[in-house]
Design a protein around this ligand. Structure first.
Ligand code: ZN
Length: 136
């Protein structure tokens, strides 16, 4: 373990300072399929787990943005409309941008905090605190 930490330490030192904080986090993609006139997202829980957010919060945002009815069935989100997967993933990425990724370091290690009626995104990785402009 100690050797690994040393290795990590020297790896970080070798990196040019400017590149350390700009690594972009890969947002997981929604996977699913169209069945009849429904769209089924099969990895809803995995997305929620990655975002580390309240499933209802994410659900509400997604359905509003997709302008579609929908409901959760275990790990699956059933959307009552045929949707283009690119459109869904665009909305998933938007949610991450607004409510999950730190605007400073782009890491998803963040928490939503409510203070004086305002919503903040607090980053546990770099300590940045930014106001969230949109609200579900
Ligand atoms: Zn940060």
């Amino acid at each position: 373990m100690e050797d690994y930490e040393k290795l990590l330490d020297s790896a970080l030192k070798d990196m040019p300072a400017s590149s350390v904080n700009v690594t972009r986090t890969e947002i997981p993609k929604a996977t699913g399929r169209v069945e009849g006139n429904k769209t089924i997202i099969t990895n809803f829980n995995q997305l929620v787990k990655f975002f580390n957010r309240d499933p209802q919060h994410f659900l509400k945002f997604l359905l509003r943005e997709l302008a579609s009815p929908g409901k959760l069935e275990e790990n699956r989100l059933i959307i009552g409309r045929k949707l283009n997967p690119n459109f869904i993933n665009q909305k998933v990425a938007e949610y991450a941008e607004i409510y999950v990724l730190c605007p400073e370091c782009k890491k998803p290690d963040t928490k939503l905090i409510e203070e004086n009626g305002k919503l903040y995104l607090k980053c546990t990785a770099c300590g940045a605190r930014n106001i969230v402009k949109e609200k579900v």
